[in-house]
Ligand binder design. Sequence first.
Ligand SMILES: [Zn+2]
Length: 204
Amino acid sequence: MSTQDSTKLYCSICKRRTKGFKNRSGLQRHETLKHVSYNTLPSHVRSVPNSELSHLKKTIIKELQKRLKNHHTAVGKQVFSIHCSEDAFVSIFKNHITRYSPCGSSYFCSFKGEKAFEEVGKILDDENWGERNYGGGQLSFVRLHMPEVENSNYEQSAKKSKTKSLVNGEMTVQWKVTGGKDKENHKFEAGSAQFRFFLDQCQI
Ligand SMILES: [Zn+2]
């Protein structure tokens, strides 16, 4: 440790000592380049009572269902956020976190593929979490899987619309601290989970 420069930031993931970084954005860049699949959860996460987790799961489903609209103009990318603690987020999504960034204190999950809908249903304790039935066979739902044939068309249109790293047939969940500070350096920040998904509709 004696050789470390106290004015610099060091990567907490690298096993071997590496050069320090002048600022957080340098360290964040390094993490994104070198440790994009790092998902060892930090030891400071505490367990949360099941009753709290159950409430949070219901909150997620409620906010999501509100966005499963019936009108055809609603089809497409949807985004919403809910406030929740790091402890609660990790308790719910722990086995599905694909990336943890110690520098940014952020977590990332992605759900896609044939089994993903069922998988999220198990996490949220509700198998109908991502679909809303409007009667008369009309269904609005979160699309987590694209049939082979349509896939290439959707990917092309996703590229055209410059959608950031999200294609139709995927839901991403990211937890991070959001907020700001005033001129007196009074911070107002809280943890927040952002959900991004594609809403689709069909006739059943
Ligand atoms: Zn590193």
